[in-house]
Design a protein. Structure first.
Length: 122
């Protein structure tokens, strides 16, 4: 018995429950991968704890986003209308990181341009 219709597709309580179970499964798998990445792979590479946590967290955010998109697409929910919103967020994110990228490039140029010795001015 359908609860409602979405784009000529009947949505029932069973389909909503299955969707939530799939999303929960994605979340559980991503947490397991994040812990394996943080405690297994990155710790064996000798990366310090703060950097391991940051890398694992960014990777888990990407996996969650990818998993949610895959689950929603397989459930029949059309996400093509969200591409415009994603483009706007991408532009805003790029403009926000413009200053950070500029400082990073300047710092690399400073480090590579001259040899520095600590403790004094040249």
């Amino acid at each position: 018995m359908p609860l409602f219709r979405l784009n000529a597709q009947a949505i029932s309580l069973a389909s909503v429950s299955l969707l939530f179970l799939q999303l929960l499964l994605v979340w559980i798998v991503v947490r397991a991968v994040r812990e394996w990445l943080k405690r297994g792979l990155l710790s064996r590479l000798g990366i310090d704890r703060g950097t391991r946590d940051a890398i694992a967290r960014v990777f888990s955010y990407l996996l969650i986003a990818l998993g949610f998109v895959i689950v929603l697409q397989t459930a029949g929910i059309d996400l093509s209308s969200l591409t415009v919103l994603a483009g706007v967020f991408g532009i805003a994110f790029g403009l926000g990181l413009q200053n950070l990228a500029s400082n990073f490039i300047r710092g690399g140029g400073t480090l590579g341009g001259a040899s520095h010795q600590g403790g004094g001015f040249h």
